[in-house]
Design a protein around this ligand. Structure first.
Ligand SMILES: [Mn+2]
Length: 427
């Protein structure tokens, strides 16, 4: 059910000549700035962002979910959709699974992924909702629950995620919990956080040596008065308490409005605790909108910090990159294609920042020229670099156009029955 290679080749052939001219023109321009376009292209080609398995299904809000046609029925369908995104963009080689939503025989999962040319990124546990047949409820918390048996159940679930991940070849576990409180006085903040650390230490102890543990902070929701892991400060404390394999995961939508996320990223890098990202965008809260759909400059500024760390080879710097979005009104495959390209664009733009000039302006306290240096890179249309990377690696010059021309969604809609009903997808 993948996209016909001949169709991609035909689409590319119609666009290749224009692309070549645009690429050469951009190459000349960058050359005048002392930047070799091929070197940038090589870095972009080596870059990848993981797709969350839940991202290929249509999301929803607290009010409703409007299913789309041909939605994946199970994890094997989801993997096929992920493979389409990878085939067209060549920028999404790995999938991040969510347990128990994606629970299946791990050996079968691995075989299917290999057939599709996909690998597995971080495993994601779920103790923010109750599953059928589950012994104890997470209504009042999971890893921080006042009841030891409930905490035990949540710990065991995370350990199971590690076990599944070992078979799949994953190297990380991401924990996000919804634990918190809805009323002042409902919980004792200190005791609750003590229970969190105690439980998480047990999970950490179950990590293989070559694995990493990512804890994800989020300011609020589903708890609306207090959240246990509410911000990067608490997250940093957790990573410090747990040990060298513990890192902080930054979901762009999990902060208060107007928080300087790029500065948080810089701080976590400086102290060796940046684990990775969940990329998305937001206007008001944890909106899970498509990456760079609202504020592409912010994404660029985050990547500016990442490239700065990459160039100075910051110790232990190896963040995992993943998309985490909820697609309510678009075809999820199209949204993920565009978002993967947006992340690559921000990376390419950050790579062409004149860092020697920037450092000079910073040393001279020339605020205007320093910020102009960043803007110059951000304003550069690097699309020819991204498109050439895709063309040379067997992807599509215009992925969404090729995807639509292939009629993939209509084809899968014929074999995947329409689904109804609810189902989450906002993590
Ligand atoms: Mn997330």
């Amino acid at each position: 059910m993948m996209i016909d290679k001949a169709l991609i080749a035909r689409d590319n052939a119609a666009r290749a000549e224009t692309l070549k001219r645009d690429y050469d023109t951009l190459g000349e321009r960058l050359d005048r700035q002392g930047i070799a376009i091929d070197a940038i292209k090589a870095k972009v080609a080596a870059y990848g962002v993981a797709i969350p398995s839940w991202g290929v299904g249509t999301g929803g809000t607290r009010f409703a979910r409007f299913p789309g046609a041909g939605e994946p029925r199970h994890i094997f369908d989801k993997l096929e959709d992920c493979a389409v995104i990878q085939q067209l963009t060549r920028a999404t080689p790995n999938v991040s699974l969510h347990i128990p939503w994606d629970k299946a025989d791990p050996t079968e999962l691995k075989a299917k992924a290999e057939t599709l040319g996909l690998g597995f990124d971080a495993m994601n546990s779920n103790t923010f909702q109750d599953q059928d047949g589950q012994g104890r409820s997470y209504k009042f918390g999971s890893l921080t629950h006042t009841d030891a048996g409930t905490r035990r159940q949540a710990i065991e679930h995370n350990l199971e995620c590690i076990e599944i991940g070992k078979t799949l070849g994953s190297k990380a576990l991401t924990i996000w919990i919804g634990d918190g409180s809805n009323f002042p006085g409902q919980v004792n903040f200190t005791r609750q956080f003590e229970r969190y650390l105690e439980a998480t230490k047990e999970i950490y102890a179950g990590l293989p040596d070559d694995w990493r543990l990512f804890t994800e902070h989020k300011m609020y929701e589903p708890a609306f008065y207090s959240t246990v892991v509410q911000d990067w400060g608490t997250n940093y404390m957790i990573a410090r308490e747990l040990g060298d394999k513990a890192f902080c995961l930054v979901d762009l939508g999990h902060h208060a409005p107007n928080v300087n996320i790029e500065m948080i990223v810089s701080r976590l890098i400086q102290f060796g605790k940046l684990g990775g990202f969940h990329f998305n965008d937001s206007k008001y809260g944890d909106d899970d909108l498509d990456t760079a759909s609202i504020d592409p400059y912010r994404l660029f500024l985050v990547f500016n910090e990442l490239v700065d760390a990459e160039i100075r080879q910051a110790p232990g710097f190896d963040p995992a990159h993943m998309l985490d979005q909820s697609h309510n009104v678009t075809d999820p495959i199209e949204s993920l294609i565009v978002s993967a390209m947006e992340v690559g664009r921000a990376y390419a733009q950050a790579l062409i920042v004149d860092r020697t000039a920037l450092t000079g302006f910073q040393e001279d306290n020339d605020a205007l020229m320093a910020t102009t240096t960043l803007k110059t890179a951000f304003r550069t249309d690097v699309e020819p670099i991204l498109a050439m990377t895709r063309l040379e690696s067997g992807g599509a010059i215009a992925p969404v156009a090729s995807y639509r021309a292939a009629g993939y969604r209509q084809k899968v809609a014929e074999i995947r029955p329409a689904v109804s009903g609810a189902g989450g997808g906002i993590v």
